[in-house]
Each structure stands twice: as structure tokens, then as C-alpha cells.
Design a protein around this ligand. Structure first.
Ligand code: T1G
Length: 693
């Protein structure tokens, strides 16, 4: 039984036990009703404690059920029944208390929480709003401002956080159930009548609170949920409690079925499935992970070192140029000082973090490392030298990883006499922030080495996706398609702003050209083999070379595709670039034209989807949704669009193929020959991410 009932004298203990996260599936809801009825009808029971087995109280509704019509008993009604109970109900909260779980707790008359509890309303991340009374009960417990913050940010907060004061009646360190039981017994003893959250008056408010949150909500273009949340919470003032709850539930049901919510649910599961490779990738036993070494103290090396330190690992950072090493140490120290200043970590935690960082200027220092990650200059000759030395120095069984973005990991592995120990660990910049880690396997990589890579990703709290292949693996291999089309469209008449605006309107936080300026124009271009590809395939567009040759390297030189005012990161269109584009097109006999936003999106995204279909067909990843997970976690693809492949399915693969064929007509076969998988799926009437169109 997912819910059990025990009696302890006059107190009934109802325990939800539904691993892994006590999600409120129909089975759980049904059992909750049965046990609750039993406890209510039993005259010997005078108070109820609602507790959970497992690490968490409850992660909310069972998201998997959202694809089908809701089936009773509904959570809203269960919570109401609980609240209406004439016997006091005390929730015993531990671990995560999220979404419907938080609403369930708010419907109890009292809450006792373990001190490590995290409460959150993550519904907004799924494109919905709290549908089981949370929009009405939460403000009554913690105030309008805090409740709106919780619901709009969707991030859990610690129970000790000042903003959620009022949620728990008691916070305890020791035996949680005993504490909850103790409170229940006190209530019985005192003959207390239940304190119903829904009967509390709405807390104090000012129009400013709602205006501020509305403004934030409106910023999330393309997402209907945030504004609905503000409106729903506002009804706590304007409407009787029961009516406001009913309204919110109706909104929840309507939002649940939107394309955005469907995409966000898909994204949730795609990210969780991606780190579990399919049967074609045997994983062995992970090796020890206590000590790591990072070779190369550039931006990437520093970011990787910080990610390791954040995860509690000891790291040795190796850099042969002493000045660069000193600079890296300073930057890492500055990073942590800033984290303390911003309140992200406690000042007291700092010495222990910094003590785990060692540095060295020769490779000898990696002798004892369990994992060595190379992040040196992207040049095969340099990699050869490093890996040959590592082979001689690293201890037997150490995992040897390269952070290359475009080079062939199999070739690098062969620079050692232990290619089975070599994998790619492709981090994304900034490496301590971006959640994606491409774990690149070669035919020689051993199952143990791969398992170690997967375990490391988990330890670093990254989404580690096992893939194989060359030419940029998954993400960058598709990115090249996008970059190419952007360059062609600039050549044909689009301005950088036209391209970026099409992307931000689509939902990206930044357009591709603004992103290139941020990353540095000299970076990706030099690494990718796009320039060679363009030349070989007959459209030698050297626009980017020309911009770089002008010394315009992006934000770092305050000029790239845009110009930047001193101290500002805001891209400003630059007449110099405009003149360059006009001159470039004229010299090549290209008559410039306005390129519509639809064309910009289609050429960029469908080019990527076509490449992704090849990636899937070649078995580079275990399943199509892994491609979407890569773009969601590494490239800022808008979550409410699900990812490039989910989006393509929504458009309809037949239409995507038709557009690709139309581009082939216009631009030739070199870039636009449809992927065989795409053609086959269209014939079969299937999608990339689902079996139906
Ligand atoms: N429903 C179904 N499955 C869930 C789930 C959920 N709510 N939460 C987690 N899982 C699965 C997940 O897919 C994975 O499965 C396993 O549990 C472990 O998760 C009515 C409408 C709880 C903090 O959005 O934030 O309530 O991959 O790998 O890192 O108004 O999961 O093993 O097969 O993430 O320890 C709102 C989402 C629902 C919570 C645990 N609730 N979950 O993190 O493990 S809507 C959420 C999380 C709602 C009400 C509304 C996290 C976690 P598998 P994991 P973790």
C-alpha cells in the first residue's frame, strides 16, 4: 500500500510511502482518501499526523498523469477534506515538499518540519499553476509577496529562509515523527479546535506587490502560466476562498493542456532520461572519484576546477605558464569571494573549499589523480603532447578525459597506450554554471571509464549525456548548421539585429550573434571545421574572418557583430558592420534583400533538425530526446519549446521536410540534402520524439 495507517494511542499516523519521491499518483490519492476516512471515522482517534517514508515528504502531483484526463479522487478535494477534519491534522515534513506536496502540507492544520526541509512551488517550471488550493493557502501562511516569489521563481527554499517564515509551526532537528506526534498530543490535550488555513483572513497587501510580480511575469514572453499565477493569487483578496480555489483549478486544467506545458513536461523527463544511456552503451563500475586534476588554466580549466570544488572534490590545476596559473588562482579566489559577497555561500565555508585546490606547473602533480581532465589549447599537436605525457605519469586506472569540442576523441585516445581509459568530457562555458556535460565515448572506451564519467556528471550535478562521434559530437555539430545559415543570411541581406530578434522572439534569451560576441568571435570559428566545410561545399563565405581580421572579437574588444559602450553588455547595431555587409554582398554580386523572421528560424532550426536526424540515425545518442536535452541544458533552447526535435514534431515533420526540400531547391544539395531518417519518418507518419505526428 502506498499509504498506511497506524494508531499510536489517540493519534493516527498516516504515512505516504511511494518511492522514489512520493508523487501523488491516483493510487496514492485513492489510498489517502481511504486512510483519512478510516482515521476520521475511528472514534478512538483524536488527532492525525500525516508523514512520509523515504527521504522526501512529497514532490507533488505525478507529472506522468498529466498526459491523460484527470481522474478522481482529485487532490483539491482530498486537501479540502483534510482541512475540514474536526480532528487536528499535523504534517511531518522532511526533504522536498513541492507543488501538490506543499499544497497538501498547507491544507493540514499544523506543520512540523525537519530543519533541512525545502519547500517549493515548481509548477511554473511545468507551465502550470498550483491547482490544489496553493494559490490561496500559501499567501495566508507566508504572505502575498513570499508566496508569489515562490510560485513565480519555481525554486525551492530552505525552511529556515526568512521569506517562508510562517509555513512551519515548529522546525526540529531530532526525531521528526516524535515531534509531530508530540504536537498532536498537545493539541488533543488542550482540546484545540483545528486551525484551518483556508479560514484565515487574507494577509496584508499593497498594490505594489502585485504590480511588481505582474511585471516580472509579463517578461516571460511565450509562457502563459506566470501571469495566470499572479491573477490566481490576487483572487485571495477579491473572491471567497472556495471560489478562488475552483478558479485556480480550472486555470490549472486549461494550462496543463497547452503546448508550452506539454513541452515543459517533455523537457523534465528528457533531462532525467538523458543521463541513462541505452543498452548499446554498457556501463561498468564507476572508479573512485576523490581527487581530480585539470590541465590548462584558461577560462575553461578554471570553470571546470570551480565545478569540481563546488562538488566537494579535491582539484589540482596544472598550467605550465606560471603567470597564467597565478592569474587563474586569483580568478578562482575572486569567484568565491564574490559568491560569499552575494550570499551564495557562507564565509565560513570558504577555507575548506580553497584548501581543496592545489596548483602545479608540471604534469607530475597529476600522479595521484583519479580523474584527469585536459582543457588545453584546441590543437591536435598540443593534445598529443599532453596525452603522451599523461600516459607516462597518471596512475593506472585513472580516467583520462579531454575537453575537446571538435577534435576526434578516438584519435586523442590513441596518443596513449591506454585508450580504454580515455573519454571526452565536453563542458560548456561557463563550466561551473552550464548544466550540460557531453560524455564522449570511443569504440575503445571501457565500460568502467564511461561509468566513471557518468558518476562524475552526477557528482557535479550536471546532465551528463553519453554520446560518440566527431565534428562537435551533438551540440556543436548542430550549432555549425545554425552558424552557417546565419552567415549566409547576413550575406543575403539580414542584419545581425534581424537574426537575433527572430531568435529572441522565438524564446531564446539571446540571439546567436549576440551570443558569439559574448563568447568571443575568435573562439568557435577557429575550432570548428565550418570554414573548411563552406569552402569545400562551394559557398566560401568569409564574413566572420573579415570581422575578426578587423580586430572585432566581440564584447572583450567592445566590438563584434555589434558595438558595446564602455562597461555595457548591451549590443548596439554598428554602421561599420552594416557597411561591411553591404560591401561584402556587392563584391559577391549578391543583391541584398530583407530576410523574414520565419525564414531565419526555419533555416537555422530545420538545418539543425536535419543534422540531428543524422545524429540519431548514426546512434551518436541513445534516443532523440537526448538531443533536446543537450540543447536545453547547454545552449539555452527555450524550455517551453521542448527542444529542437520536439519543436520539429510540433510543426510536423512533413512540413519540416517540405521546407528542407524547398531550401535544397534554392541553395543546393550541399547543405540541404534531407536526412534519410527524416524522410522515412515522414513516410511512416511518425515523429522524432513521439510515435505519432
Ligand atoms: N511526478 C512523477 N515523477 C517524478 C516527479 C513527479 N512530480 N518528481 C520526480 N519524479 C521522478 C523523476 O522523473 C525520476 O524518475 C525520479 O522521480 C527521481 O527524480 C497539483 C500540479 C523531487 C527534487 O515539479 O523537482 O504538484 O528518472 O532524478 O534529483 O498543484 O525530482 O528515476 O525514472 O529528479 O533527487 C510539481 C519535480 C508537480 C517536482 C527529486 N512538482 N521533481 O530530485 O531526483 S505539479 C515538481 C523534482 C503539482 C499541484 C501541481 C525532483 C525532486 P526516474 P530526480 P532528485
Amino acid at each position: 500500500m502506498p499509504v498506511s495507517l497506524e494508531r499510536d494511542g489517540e493519534v493516527a499516523l498516516i504515512v505516504i510511502d511511494h518511492p522514489p519521491v512520493n508523487a501523488l499518483s491516483r493510487e496514492v490519492r485513492t489510498a489517502l482518501v481511504t486512510t483519512l476516512d478510516e482515521a476520521l471515522q475511528d472514534a478512538s482517534v483524536r488527532a492525525i499526523v500525516l508523514a512520509s517514508a523515504g527521504p522526501s515528504f512529497c514532490a507533488g502531483a505525478d507529472i506522468r498523469e498529466f498526459e491523460a484526463s484527470p481522474r478522481p479522487p482529485h487532490l483539491t478535494d482530498i486537501i479540502q477534506r483534510l482541512e475540514d477534519s474536526t480532528k487536528p491534522v499535523v504534517a511531518a515534513l522532511q526533504g522536498s515538499v513541492l507543488g501538490g506536496g506543499c499544497e497538501l502540507a498547507a491544507g493540514c492544520h499544523y506543520r512540523v518540519a525537519a530543519s533541512d526541509v525545502r519547500i517549493g512551488m515548481p509548477e511554473v517550471n511545468l507551465g502550470i499553476l498550483p491547482g490544489a488550493g496553493g494559490t490561496q493557502r500559501l499567501p495566508r501562511l507566508i504572505g502575498f509577496d513570499a508566496a508569489l516569489g515562490l510560485m513565480l521563481e519555481g525554486k525551492p527554499r530552505r525552511i529556515g529562509d526568512a521569506s517562508v517564515q510562517g509555513f512551519a509551526d515548529r522546525v526540529v532537528d531530532g526525531d521528526l515523527r516524535a515531534a509531530a506526534r508530540g504536537l498532536a498530543a498537545e493539541l488533543v490535550e488542550a482540546g484545540s479546535i483545528p486551525r484551518r488555513t483556508g479560514s484565515l483572513p487574507p494577509p496584508e497587501w499593497t498594490p505594489e506587490i502585485f504590480e511588481r510580480h505582474s511585471k516580472e511575469a509579463r517578461k516571460r514572453r511565450g509562457e502563459p502560466a506566470p501571469e495566470k499565477i499572479v491573477a490566481a493569487v490576487r483572487r485571495a483578496i477579491d473572491m471567497p476562498f472556495a471560489d478562488a480555489v475552483a478558479y485556480a483549478r480550472a486555470d490549472f486544467l486549461a494550462l496543463r493542456d497547452t503546448v508550452e506545458a506539454t513541452a515543459l513536461r517533455y523537457a523534465f523527463f528528457a533531462e532525467r532520461q538523458a543521463p541513462k544511456p541505452g543498452p548499446e552503451v554498457p556501463l561498468g563500475t564507476p572508479r573512485p572519484l576523490a581527487g581530480a586534476a585539470v590541465i590548462g588554466a584558461g577560462t575553461m580549466g578554471q570553470g571546470i576546477a570551480i565545478a569540481m570544488l563546488d562538488a566537494g572534490l579535491a582539484v589540482t590545476l596544472v598550467e605550465t605558464a606560471e603567470a597564467a596559473l597565478a592569474r587563474a588562482e586569483e580568478r578562482i579566489a575572486a569567484h568565491y569571494e564574490e559568491s560569499v559577497a552575494k550570499g551564495r555561500i557562507a564565509a565560513t565555508a570558504l577555507p575548506s573549499i580553497i584548501s581543496r585546490l592545489r596548483t602545479g606547473s608540471t604534469l607530475d602533480v597529476v600522479r595521484d589523480a583519479d580523474v584527469v581532465i585536459e582543457a588545453v589549447f584546441e590543437d591536435i599537436a598540443v593534445k598529443r603532447e599532453v596525452f603522451a605525457q599523461l600516459d607516462a605519469i597518471a596512475k593506472p586506472g585513472a580516467l583520462l578525459a579531454t575537453n575537446t569540442s571538435y577534435l576526434d576523441v578516438a584519435e586523442i585516445a590513441c596518443f596513449t597506450r591506454r585508450p580504454h581509459d580515455v573519454i571526452g568530457l565536453h563542458f560548456f562555458s561557463p563550466a561551473n554554471v552550464m548544466r550540460l556535460l557531453e560524455i564522449v565515448r570511443t569504440d575503445a572506451s571501457s565500460p568502467d571509464a564511461l561509468a566513471t564519467g557518468v558518476a562524475l556528471a552526477r557528482k557535479l550535478r550536471k546532465v551528463g549525456i553519453v554520446c560518440k562521434g566527431r565534428d562537435g559530437f551533438v551540440g556543436n555539430r548542430m550549432l555549425v548548421q545554425r552558424t552557417r545559415e546565419c552567415l549566409f543570411m547576413l550575406e543575403e541581406g539580414a542584419s545581425p539585429r534581424d537574426i537575433d530578434a527572430a531568435f529572441t522572439d522565438f524564446g531564446f534569451a539571446m540571439g546567436p550573434l549576440a551570443v558569439s560576441d559574448l563568447a568571443g568571435l575568435d573562439i568557435g570559428w577557429r575550432n570548428s571545421n565550418l570554414r573548411r566545410q563552406l569552402r569545400e561545399l562551394g559557398r566560401d563565405c568569409d564574413l566572420l574572418d573579415r570581422v575578426v581580421d578587423m580586430g572585432r572579437l566581440g564584447q572583450k574588444t567592445r566590438a563584434g557583430w555589434y558595438r558595446y559602450d564602455e562597461g555595457s553588455r548591451k549590443p548596439v547595431p554598428d554602421p561599420v558592420v552594416e557597411a561591411l555587409l553591404i560591401e561584402h554582398s556587392r563584391a559577391r554580386g549578391i543583391e541584398r534583400r530583407a530576410v523574414p523572421a520565419t525564414e531565419i528560424i526555419e533555416r537555422c532550426l530545420f538545418g539543425m533538425v536535419n543534422e540531428a536526424a543524422r545524429i540519431v540515425e548514426e546512434g551518436v545518442v541513445s534516443r532523440p530526446s537526448d538531443v533536446d536535452a543537450v540543447w536545453l541544458t547547454g545552449y539555452g533552447f527555450p524550455r517551453h519549446r521542448g527542444g529542437p526535435l520536439f519543436y520539429a514534431d510540433r510543426v510536423g515533420l512533413a512540413q519540416v521536410l517540405e521546407r528542407i526540400e524547398a531550401f535544397r531547391e534554392r541553395f543546393g544539395n550541399a547543405y540541404w540534402s534531407p536526412a534519410p531518417l527524416l524522410e522515412r519518418l515522414v513516410v511512416e507518419g511518425r515523429g522524432l520524439t513521439s510515435d505519432t505526428k
